[in-house]
Design a binder for this molecule. Structure first.
Ligand code: GLA
Length: 745
């Protein structure tokens, strides 16, 4: 194959090959086409709705862009001086320039095991690149799923130079997005206010989204991003590209918009203070990116992510989740045996299936009475729990519920037996005192250290081997990296800490899942600071936020639903005034919000009246009727809480479209406020649906209770919902919400 030089403006020379081949990867509804030629760089051609064979054959590399920009893998220093590079390195001899050209490529059918342990099928394209001057080799991998509209891509970097090569940038390949009228949506927040939606037009310049927490990566900035290609995002119409980095560590995402016709999206682990010394023969594999394309708006993109997640990226994504009571907001650290047994009986009496004992159960030399000690000392505090875990499991059996337990295995406190024994296990800058976090004493253990990995594994291993009846673990992580330093890594390799920590974490998770495939594990980190697809293959669900206020949860769950399915969103009914925002919402409203996710409770039932317990019993009972639809159905976001009309609505529709559940929330009460009718979505137009109100508190039924309507009517018009509840005068308040079950006849 002959290579010639393409002359670019400004006299730059850029090698391209004479005989190029176009390679198309397909998912059920999308095509991705790239152009490959030996000795050239891999070039972007197309990503979008499925192409016909003729279209695919006739497409070429778009000519309206600067050549060098449509390279999928620009490397720094030889031809890509003006572009944001995916790869930059210092070679062993100090040379900072790299050029990655194609050696060969291959496609293969994939029939393997997805990260969550489920079998999967697809097709994978591997493009092998190398530098003509140095023995540096990169594989670009693209995997297209056969049954879901999702493509994953990642790289593997290695070299045969005599001495170490230093990687200074290592992002995944570029995804070019044509500059039409592109709006970008991403998510920001803080503790107790996670996943707030932010949407804006993409402007010239570079949009940088990055997280530097170190241990967790989603509390303040999420690594998922959505691009509406034809104006501001619409839920059920319009073309949308949605993408996520499947990674738990620090990341950097760039969207570069220069003087060409494309926006260039690039994501990878953050290279900040993280240069990596790659040994000869060692491989450096980047975390995967996942991308989908929807012609059905934002909601279509969310559905694609949810389907892929439930099948391949979330542990036990096909199972149903139990309804649970978690002890945290109910008793905080005031744990004792009778208190736990009482909570078990109470949740059982309301129809729940699982009780989880949160923080505060451990520590003997330093009992965990508050948050300033004992992390790492995972021995039962027998003053609080004289009969230990055996006694708790017995009580759970007697109450008729499963039992779960809280741990925070990556952490310790300066006040702990673990730290006394292993001060060398904590993350700490050399020569300095460690910087502490929560409680003034919390420290992060150094998962770069294999001994620490073994120890973290042993915490779970011990619990589950000694007490195999433990059905659920809440795995928490309540501290960021507060100073830089590994006491395990060499002085030269201190910059490996961020990468090595997360490799260590994943390694531990893999070991746990190899030995304990069935246990349910919740991914929690100061609330929603670890909502990422890097970890979810090992976890069944995540805690959305430490803020359980129903009103603010509507916003947080809304934002989270863009990329994550309801089955993974732990959503709990809690007490009022709410412990995070001190708002008093009605119990009905709290139940209705919690029922739109994985329903649970986070409350002291002892403090509830019989009437309140009855309402929760009814909510739990009703949730069981629609649990399958909420947890496995397709989500339709109908009315955003961010709009001025002060209502929010969403629904879930079963795959067969024979069952649906509709949620409506009033966000604000103003007299003489007129709520537009919410049109439903996702139903079969010609099917007839019978409507039943769930979790009803009104004295009289809604006018349409038990009536049957066509899917067409429900989607074209919708049901007229009263803005208030019909309850006794002295029970009125300013909260209103509805949950409607639709069953096709
Ligand atoms: C974190 C979690 C909470 C709770 C506490 C316990 O804040 O997000 O749900 O488990 O820790 O200390």
């Amino acid at each position: 194959m002959k290579t010639f030089l393409h002359i670019l403006p400004f006299g730059l020379l850029f090698p391209i090959a004479a005989a190029a081949e176009k390679v198309e990867l397909r998912t059920p509804a999308t095509s991705f086409v790239i152009e490959l030629a030996k000795g050239a760089e891999p070039m972007f051609v197309y990503y979008g709705p499925s192409l016909t064979a003729t279209d695919a054959a006739n497409l070429g590399v778009p000519t309206d862009a600067n050549w060098s920009h449509l390279s999928l893998y620009p490397a720094y220093g030889a031809t890509h001086m003006q572009d944001e590079p995916c790869l930059a390195m210092r070679h062993a001899d100090g040379n900072l320039s790299t050029q990655m050209l194609i050696d060969r490529w291959e496609r293969r059918s994939v029939s393997d095991t997805a990260p969550n342990g489920e079998p999967r099928q697809g097709e994978e394209l591997t493009v092998y690149l190398s530098d003509p001057l140095y023995p540096v080799h990169v594989e670009l991998h693209y995997l297209a799923y056969a049954d879901v509209d999702m493509m994953e891509y990642w790289t593997v970097i290695r070299h045969d130079e005599r001495r170490n090569v230093t990687l200074t940038q290592y992002a995944n390949p570029v995804l070019p997005i044509h500059r039409d009228n592109v709006y970008c949506t991403h998510f920001t927040g803080s503790w107790a206010a996670e996943a707030q939606l932010s949407e804006h037009a993409l402007e010239p310049g570079t949009l940088l989204i990055q997280d530097k927490d170190g241990t967790r990566n989603s509390g303040m900035r999420r690594n998922e991003m959505l691009f509406a290609l034809d104006g501001p995002a619409r839920e059920n119409e319009g073309h949308v590209i949605a993408t996520a980095l499947l990674y738990s560590g620090n990341y950097r995402i760039l969207v570069d918009t220069d003087n060409t016709d494309y926006h260039y999206y690039m994501a990878g682990p953050s290279p900040d203070n993280a240069e990596y010394h790659l040994r000869r023969g060692e491989t450096f594999t980047t975390p995967r990116s996942a991308v989908t394309y929807s012609t059905h708006g934002t909601n279509g993109a969310s559905q694609n992510f949810h389907r892929w997640a439930r099948r391949y990226q979330l542990r036990h994504g096909n199972a149903e989740r139990m309804i649970l009571l978690n002890s945290w907001e109910g008793v905080y650290f005031n744990i004792n045996q009778e208190g736990m047994a009482q909570m078990m009986r109470d949740i059982k009496s309301m129809g729940g299936e699982l009780f989880v004992m949160d923080d505060g159960w451990f520590g003997t030399k330093y009992p965990r009475l508050t948050d300033n000690c004992a992390l790492g000392d995972w021995e039962v505090d027998t003053t609080k729990l004289p009969e230990g875990i055996d006694g708790l499991l017995r009580d759970a059996r007697e109450a008729g519920v499963k039992f779960g337990i809280w741990i925070e295995p990556e952490m310790t406190n300066t006040v702990s037996e673990l730290y006394e024994k292993h001060p060398e296990w904590v993350i700490k800058a050399p020569g300095r005192e460690p910087v502490t976090g929560r409680g003034g004493t919390q420290l992060v253990l150094d998962l770069a250290n294999p001994a620490v990995q073994d120890y973290v594994f042993s915490i779970v291993d011990r619990l589950l081997s000694q007490w195999p009846d433990i059905a659920y673990i809440k795995w928490d992580a309540n501290a960021p990296m507060m100073n830089h330093g590994s006491q395990y890594l060499s002085a030269d390799d201190q910059s490996h800490l961020n990468i090595a920590y997360h490799r260590g974490l994943i390694d531990v998770c893999q070991r746990i899942r190899a030995k304990y495939p069935d246990v349910i594990i919740q991914d929690c980190a100061s609330g929603g600071s670890r909502v990422n697809y890097g970890l979810l293959p090992f976890f069944d669900e995540f805690w959305v936020s430490d803020n359980t206020d129903a009103l603010q949860r509507i916003y947080m769950q809304w934002g989270t639903s863009y990329f994550y399915p309801a089955i993974a969103m732990a959503s709990h009914i809690s007490a009022v005034p709410n412990h995070a925002v001190f708002r008093t919402t009605s119990l009905k409203f709290r139940c209705d919000v919690a029922m739109s996710g994985r329903l649970g409770m986070e409350i002291q039932p002892k403090n509830m009246s019989d009437e309140e317990k009855d309402l929760c019993r009814q909510a739990i009972n009703d949730y069981k009727l629609v649990r399958k639809t909420v947890q496995h159905g397709d989500l339709y976001r109908l009315n955003t809480p961010y709009d001025a009309d002060r209502q929010a609505a969403l629904m879930y529709v079963s795959a067969q479209k024979d069952e649906a559940v509709f949620f409506w929330y009033k966000l604000e009460t103003m007299k003489n406020h007129h709520f537009p009718i919410v049109r439903m979505a996702g139903l079969k137009p010609d099917a007839m649906y019978t409507v039943t109100e769930l979790n009803r508190i009104d004295k009289s039924p809604l006018s349409f209770e038990g009536q049957t309507f066509s899917g067409a009517y429900l989607m074209n018009h919708g049901l007229l919902l009263p803005a208030d509840h019909d309850v006794e005068w002295n029970r009125r308040n300013d909260w209103a919400s509805r949950v409607l079950r639709l069953q096709a006849r």
